[in-house]
Design a protein around this ligand. Sequence first.
Ligand SMILES: [Zn+2]
Length: 220
Amino acid sequence: MSIDNWIWVPAGIRNNNSIGYRKYKSCPEMLRAERPTATAHQVLLAHGADALIDEQYFFESADDARWFWDSGYEERLYVESEHKSTAYDQMTLWIDNKQVATRGYDRLDRFDTDTDRLPTGELRCDDRYKAVDSYGDVEWARCTHRATLKVRITPARTEIATDESLKVTYTPLPAEAYEAHICASCYEVALQSAGTEGSPAQVEMLGELTASSESEHADL
Ligand SMILES: [Zn+2]
């Protein structure tokens, strides 16, 4: 995902139609022209079918950001699509620099990789992978499916993986085989990619997770 437009939203826009949105082609350009310190409240709006257009809105006012999240975005979709009815593909809301809500994401939860339990109390899939966030930065993401399988993963012997094009070096996987709890779809992906570059050398099925085996890990 890469941002197409960086949009500055002056305070008060929710109550005043004469205040305009100010569109920029890059984040530095926007920050030079506006207030570089005021970027705590943001909304990502991806739309245009398959998130063809990604727009990052920066709000001076948190109340405006919430209004935009609730209903203000609908008008923007109408404007951007040349007055045809349309819908968002994905949205994310940040207030005070914290992500507080998302819409339209499925298995990807790119902001919370530490929570091991789903809201239902079930064990969460361990699978983590790299994803590009709404700023174009690479972040670790984690699956949000329920873990149903226990597997043993043997990492490839690569010590450090460096991705020059993305300007990141990330921590290597443990050198020794380890057990993980993952969902069926991540297992399929792992099986297909095992042995290829950047993937574990081997993924072995150890069995299905049952309610009792889940509770063994209740203290994790
Ligand atoms: Zn998964």
